[in-house]
Design a protein around this ligand. Structure first.
Ligand SMILES: CC(=O)N[C@H](C=O)[C@@H](O)[C@H](O)[C@H](O)CO
Ligand SMILES: CC(=O)C(=O)O
Length: 309
């Protein structure tokens, strides 16, 4: 039986870290990893949406994962998102993830062309075969990927014993329940994991069966999510919801910016902790001068929410 306890908790989606010229900043990656370790998170999800994976070259993605591993080995669960939009590059990243000692690989479905399910399964299974010692996490994010994980596709993927989890970023929390039930049906009570995706419904996702969460806004306010996680484990959903409402207000505030959400969060981390993570890659929009008020206000809200914990 696989050890699923390493996936049960708060797993921030790692941000792309750039230097002043927009190249990968290894120093930034290491500093962000150390920062998250100090905040008590369970793991990190590297090279996903928040990692701007679709705007990075294969070599850059390897460099990021290597830098994370140098700091995180033995301290954090590391899930490496290795999906590229072609199988060969994804397979190369999967093999690399195993070679540097990640715990799991994850992947979105192929984007743009809507492929038949057998082709999606082949794409995922090819990556998994290139990292045979690692767990495999299916990333379901239909609103961005353009393809939704169906029960048939999940059942097909469960034939692969390395498939241990779904990271579910679709909006209906019911999907979490459906995926969890199928996984548990086939793998037993402690044999399958579902991660909550939408940070705005972390508590509801957990209430309906998610074992933990992987989220894009956790890294800018890990204290809130770590505390929600603790309260949920104590069955104190009432107090967890109070923090959830604050986290949601913070997310809505950050989304008011003209610049991209990731640019806002990296700027706030810079102001709060001096982390040098740069901006975002085009065509993602960098911060605009008029975003100053949003950044200031969101930072204040984060600091106040942490102070009230
Ligand atoms: C669509 C999307 O990017 N979803 C992310 C992953 O599930 C979330 O973590 C969001 O970043 C977060 O909920 C903010 O909206
Ligand atoms: C948010 C998330 O899970 C990602 O960045 O992939």
């Amino acid at each position: 039986m696989k050890d699923i306890t390493k996936y049960q908790g708060v797993i921030p989606a790692f941000y792309a870290c750039y230097d002043k010229d927009g190249n990968i900043s290894v120093e930034g990656v290491k500093a962000l990893t150390r920062h998250l370790i100090s905040k008590g998170v369970k793991g990190v999800y590297v090279g996903g949406s928040s990692g701007e994976c679709i705007y990075q070259h294969v070599d850059e993605r390897k460099k990021v994962l290597e830098a994370v591993m140098e700091e995180a080995k033995g301290k954090l669960t590391v899930i490496a998102h290795v999906g590229c939009n072609n199988t060969a590059d994804s397979v190369e990243l999967a093999a690399h993830a195993q070679s540097v000692g990640a715990d799991a690989i994850a992947s979105i479905p192929p984007i743009y062309f809507h492929l038949p399910e057998y082709a999606i399964a082949e794409y995922w299974n090819a990556m998994s075969a290139a990292a045979p010692d690692l767990d495999f996490v299916i990333y379901n994010i239909p609103q961005l990927a353009g393809t939704a994980l169906s029960m048939n596709l999940l059942k097909e993927m469960l034939k692969n014993p390395n498939v241990i989890a779904v990271k579910n970023s679709s909006m209906p929390t019911q999907d979490i329940q459906l995926f969890k039930a199928e996984g548990v049906h086939q793998r037993g009570e402690n044999g399958f994991v579902v991660f909550n995706g939408p940070d705005e419904q972390f508590v509801s996702g957990r209430a309906i069966g998610a074992d933990g969460g992987i989220g894009g806004t956790y890294a800018v306010m890990p204290e809130l999510f770590v505390t929600m996680d603790k309260l949920i484990r104590e069955n104190n959903f009432a107090d967890a919801m109070k923090i959830q409402y604050k986290a949601d207000a913070i997310i809505y505030k950050m989304c008011e910016a003209k610049g991209n959400l990731y640019a806002v969060m990296k700027e706030i981390l810079h102001r709060m902790y001096g982390l040098e993570l740069g901006s975002v890659r085009l065509p993602l929009a960098p911060l605009a001068p008029e975003d100053e008020a949003v950044v200031v206000e969101a930072q204040k809200m984060i600091e106040a929410a942490i102070a009230e914990l």
